[in-house]
Design a protein around this ligand. Sequence first.
Ligand SMILES: Cc1cc2nc3c(=O)[nH]c(=O)nc-3n(C[C@H](O)[C@H](O)[C@H](O)COP(=O)(O)O)c2cc1C
Length: 210
Amino acid sequence: MNPLTLTVLYYSATGTNHAMAAEAAQEGERLGARVRLRQVPELAPESAIAGNPAWQAHRAATRDVAVATLDDLRDADCLMVSMPTRFGGIPAQMKQFLDQTGPLWATGRLVNKAVSAMSSAQNPHGGQEATLLAFYTIMFHWGAIVVPPGYSDPAFIAAGGNPYGVSTVAVQGGALKPETATAVQAQTRRLLEVGRWLRDGAAAAAAATD
Ligand SMILES: Cc1cc2nc3c(=O)[nH]c(=O)nc-3n(C[C@H](O)[C@H](O)[C@H](O)COP(=O)(O)O)c2cc1C
């Protein structure tokens, strides 16, 4: 079977969203996808990072994770994104990366990609849903196909029941609760399932009209 290409794109200062992204990447690999785990470039000044030991430690621990390029979006059938909330919105680092997708957008390279997203905040209701909605607004402009978890699997309810995307409170050092990890796996499975419908369905439709 022709494997799907899954890009897992994340921003994380202190490890939570890295852990969610890594879980999604691992599940994608387990399901046979070609997976790229990518962090977006850091924008914060070194002085800010140095002032937060958890941030500094996480940065050092993930130095080897490849930094995303536009090719990682262009070549993906499916895109999973994980990012913390920043005052109820998406982090500047993620926004800056997405703001560079104009050339892909203008040439229709982002249309019909299957996209799903996850988030975290310091508080249980600190802005996770608002962050996901802000992210999905950008996906609507891409013409991407947003794949929300909804309540399509009991794992999503067990992890807090956020139908917009799996979310959690921040876990410094990246030790996800087991129910969060299970829900991330379920969201990844659902994304790949819909991504396969889209890719193979489009190919079948094109073949039928030849
Ligand atoms: C500038 C800034 C704004 C934040 N705003 C919120 C917020 O509105 N609500 C909240 O609960 N947490 C807020 N946080 C906490 C982050 O969401 C939290 O540190 C993050 O989810 C941890 O994810 P990470 O470990 O992947 O970096 C904020 C953090 C920063 C630095």
